[in-house]
Write a protein that binds this ligand. Sequence first.
Ligand code: SF4
Length: 206
Amino acid sequence: MNKINYDNLFKETVKAIDGEKKKLLLHSCCAPCSTAVLERVTPYFDVTVFFFNPNITESEEYYLRLNEQKRLLKTAYGKEVKLIEGRYFSKEFFYMVEGYEKEQEGGARCTLCFENRLEETAKTAKDGGYDYFCSTLTVSPHKNADLINKIGEKIEKEYGVKWLFSDFKKEEGYKRSIEISKEYELYRQRYCGCLYSKYAHIKTEE
Ligand code: SF4
């Protein structure tokens, strides 16, 4: 079966937009991933970043990433891009992934984690009258764009807000995220977010 090119779907969507910018609620996992994505979406959308990441299970790490997100938006975009902070209870994540703790990164635990974050984004987008919702997650070479887009598509049908298809690692998106992160001296974490991904990272370093 031919793989869907989600970057082409993104390009087709933005090409069809004429007149006023559409309202986009962009779920962001962290400031570094959002850099290259914001560069691609802000020409076409009135963007609000939604920081909802109960998967960052250590609060110190969570607030570090959140504050870097705030700093990036303020420095690079002023008032152009707004920020909504989602609720933060890491317990929500631990309850959700009970029984999946030993999964490898990219497995069933991550699917639940993506669904949770994208569903909350769609709910918030619906309540706020946004035209589209989307996520920065696909910019990472470690994240499965096919899976993330399929989850987004499924949630679109449940909530009635359009999912913006994308694969932001294309067009050298990941490389660009590193370049812009260096430019703004952003903190770049070395593991995904949950304690399990942190332990897995520590093990690879041993
Ligand atoms: S590894 Fe990342 S995507 Fe997977 S469950 Fe942990 S925080 Fe979520």
